[in-house]
Design a protein around this ligand. Structure first.
Ligand code: ADP
Ligand code: MG
Length: 238
């Protein structure tokens, strides 16, 4: 579970082609980072995978099934939004329960998953608080908890740490990496931050103007950047 293949996937908004046809395979359990400058199409690509946008060409295959036309709920993926997407009037417990309630999961199972996610994310003592009573890092963990309880075959993160301060960002990076080690679930992580890409990824996908410039491990990109753009972006000599 958690293998995602893009075949000739393309996206235009009206006349503007934001993603020219591209191919990409994400293996089960991989931590893949999409990195590139602002406006290069990272969020659009993630939203296509999530099903929040329709492709204008090509095919998306998830775990062997054609998911191109599938609704977001049917894809079995969970998008982690920035922490400010939490419901301020609901407790942490209710925030985490919300997607399960929507999915019609029974209360006992909801409780089991909330307890397990809270334990994994160190939130057990905070379940009855509201988001406003938590630190930025704790709020981000709640946002992740809301994804975990859906037991997705892959997590999709869109710059989840960009509104945290620098010190907290470093800590949360480590926590997300550790979560990946523990769950071994596919994660796709979008960032414009090269350091985040180099430290978190099994595989980095470097994007520029909707095109994939290079795909490789951090070491491969560092040692053998394919072009000046990748070299400059990854910050290695060439
Ligand atoms: P990134 O996440 O890398 O900053 P985006 O995927 O948000 O980039 O955007 C890529 C390009 O697509 C940008 O030029 C942006 O203006 C354009 N774009 C994104 N969403 C829409 C939309 N709904 N309608 C029109 N253009 C869009
Ligand atoms: Mg974006």
């Amino acid at each position: 579970m958690g293998q995602i293949t893009l075949e000739n996937v393309a996206k235009s908004f009206g006349e503007v082609e934001v993603i020219p046809p591209l191919d990409l395979t994400i293996e089960d359990g991989e931590f893949v980072v999409f990195v590139g400058p602002s406006g290069c199409g990272k969020s659009t690509l993630l939203r296509l995978i999530a099903g929040l946008e329709d492709v204008t060409g090509g095919k998306i295959v998830i775990d062997g099934s054609d998911a191109t036309q599938a609704s977001p709920a049917k894809r079995g993926l969970a998008m982690v939004f920035q922490s400010y997407a939490l419901y301020p009037h609901m407790s942490v417990r209710k925030n985490i329960a919300f997607p399960m309630k929507m999915a019609g999961i029974d209360e006992a199972e909801q409780k089991r998953r909330i307890d397990s996610a809270a334990k994994a994310l160190n939130l057990t003592d905070y379940l009855d608080r509201r988001p406003g009573q938590l630190s930025g890092g704790q709020r981000q963990r709640v946002a992740i908890g809301r994804a975990i309880v859906r037991e997705p075959s892959a997590f999709l993160f869109d710059e989840p740490l960009s509104n945290l301060d620098a010190a907290l960002r470093v800590g949360m990076r480590l926590e997300i990496s550790e979560l990946h080690n523990r769950l071994k679930t596919t994660m796709i992580y979008v960032t414009h931050d090269q350091v985040e890409a180099m430290t978190m990824a099994d595989k980095i996908v470097v994007l520029q103007a909707g095109r994939i410039e290079q795909v490789g491990s951090p070491l491969e990109l560092y040692r053998s950047p394919r072009n000046v753009f990748v070299a400059g972006f990854i910050g290695s000599p060439r």
